[in-house]
Design a protein around this ligand. Structure first.
Ligand SMILES: [Zn+2]
Length: 509
């Protein structure tokens, strides 16, 4: 029979769902909590225990002559024997590039108030490239008098370089993602042994607060410090799946919200509370000691349940950057002695490996593409990556796929209804189960274009509804409409229904 219709028709089974309006505005507190308190909690009240710094010889740092330790795991452990000055840190990173430049790039995310660079390392087997791989980061030394992360992150860079071919975790981080390390985002504070920056501002109280401003008021106000602005710009431009900002004053993995509608210590759950608790537990459980905490059950805490604060980076990064950010407290006391650095590194290394991998790969991941598909399942030459919105039913926090159509959605183990939505395309939904073994689950969405044309003519999409068991499913048809009657439509509909795997042929409209 000669079809009067040209080519394309498809039927897919799915269940539609709507996107609920953001409820961030519902959490606005009536008054701004105290911004002046010092420390990251009870332990934060302990005075900084700043030890004396001894400089490393810069020439030694630039060469392969850095003293080797007896450890076979980690050759360049000299980085864990001393707090490097800001200049030494820059020089060390340049030396690292000479040894590990095949998997590293060094750049500055911005300048401090006093004009110092906020140096970053990108670690990947394809640095600088925009890929479908996930980005994650560690941010150090936001409070200038909490410097352990400066050395621990350099240690992590060394360890990953040395073990990229011998350790599965290192290989996966280097080969399958882009990991960014910023040893110091407050180099001025470190230089002067101050918590604040040189503008006398606590950088972890300087971000636009989603609970105060709502989700639409998270752009720079113009009053932020240069370090804060640099972090905001970098966060929104790079799109990190997850981040950990490293502090001192306790040993715990802290997760949003830090903000609260109450000035008291009340649990303040974000829409992704389950996922945040899961990721914080990943860090705490992999840490040698954190999960054994007597103060914090499981070594984790909700920020506001510990103590509420406004203007912190993690709440802003979650809302504005779609970044699952933790605030990780590394040491009971601020500015731990240099002799403690190797033990701190040993305790945190497994967690620093587990956390970015879990955020990237233990939840839901996949891609979104827009297509026109022929009846026989052959795709046309139209196949477009879509930066679609990914919604998880019951979680009022949508994320957006990347420009290459890739998405990474950290989730706690469980079963979820997930949809992909893009203007001009038919929304698609699916049900996924995130396993508890950390393997994650992947799902690739194919959205049918409702406004596209292919080379043969006008495309048209219609929806029809079929009953399958007790479920009402949506059958989506896309076809090139150039004529034809009901008989042709019915034949193509039935064939498409079978091709799409529906147990009951659709009822054509
Ligand atoms: Zn801190």
């Amino acid at each position: 029979m000669l079809f009067a219709w040209l080519g394309t028709i498809i039927l897919l089974c799915c269940e539609c769902q709507s996107i609920s309006k953001s409820s961030y505005d519902q959490h606005r507190p009536s008054a701004r909590p105290d911004l002046q308190r010092y420390g990251e909690g009870r332990a934060g009240a302990v005075l900084a225990q700043a030890s004396g710094r001894r400089s490393l010889h810069q020439n030694a740092l630039q060469s392969e002559d850095v003293p080797k330790t007896v450890s076979s795991d980690f050759t360049h452990q000299a980085v864990l024997t001393s707090y490097l000055t800001n200049k030494e840190l820059e020089t060390y990173m340049q030396g690292y590039l000479r040894r590990c430049g095949h998997m590293a790039r060094m750049f500055s995310i911005g300048q401090s108030k006093e004009g110092r660079s906020m140096w970053a390392l990108e670690l990947s087997n394809n640095v600088g490239a925009v890929e479908a791989k996930p980005n994650a980061r560690f941010v150090g030394n936001m409070h200038g008098d909490e410097p352990a992360s400066r050395q621990l992150l350099l240690g992590l860079a060394e360890w990953l370089c040395q073990h990229r071919t011998s350790d599965n975790r290192a290989a996966r981080i280097v080969n399958d993602m882009h990991l960014y390390l910023v040893p110091s985002v407050n180099p001025d504070g470190f230089e002067h042994k101050l918590r604040h920056n040189l503008g006398d501002v606590d950088l972890n109280r300087d971000f636009p607060d989603p609970l105060l401003l709502g989700s639409t008021g998270l752009h720079p106000t113009g009053d932020e410090q240069p370090e804060t602005l640099a972090l905001m710009k970098w966060t929104t431009e790079t799109r990190f799946v997850a981040s950990a900002s490293m502090h001192e004053g306790a040993i715990v993995a802290n997760y949003p919200w830090d903000g609260s509608t109450s000035p008291n210590t009340t649990y303040s759950a974000s829409p992704d509370d389950a996922a945040f608790r899961h990721l914080a537990s990943v860090y705490a459980n992999a840490h040698l000691d954190m999960h054994k905490s007597q103060e914090f059950p499981g070594g984790i805490t909700n920020g506001a349940h510990w103590y509420p604060l406004s203007g912190g980076m993690q709440d802003w990064a979650y809302v504005s950057g779609q970044c699952m950010e933790l605030t990780v407290e590394l040491s009971q006391h601020k500015w731990p002695s240099e002799e403690q650095l190797p033990a701190l590194f040993k305790a945190n290394l497994p967690a620093m490996l587990a956390f970015p991998l879990a955020a990237a790969f233990s939840g839901l991941r996949g891609s979104v593409h827009g297509r026109l598909v022929t009846l026989g399942g052959n795709t046309t030459d139209f196949d477009k990556p879509l930066p679609a919105t990914i919604n998880v039913e019951g979680i009022d926090h949508a994320i957006q796929a990347g420009v290459l159509g890739n998405y990474y959605r950290p989730l706690a183990p469980g079963t979820y209804n997930v949809s992909a939505v893009m203007k001009g395309y038919s929304a698609m939904s699916t049900q996924v189960t995130v396993p508890s073994d950390g393997a994650g689950v992947s799902h690739d969405f194919i959205l049918l274009c409702t406004t596209c044309q292919d080379k043969d003519g006008q495309a048209e999409t219609k929806d029809a509804y079929i009953e399958e068991g007790s479920h009402m499913r949506t059958a989506i048809y896309a076809f090139v409409a150039v004529g034809g009657g009901k008989t042709v439509r019915r034949q193509m509909c039935v064939q498409a229904s079978v091709a799409a795997g529906c147990s009951i042929p659709c009822k054509w409209w």
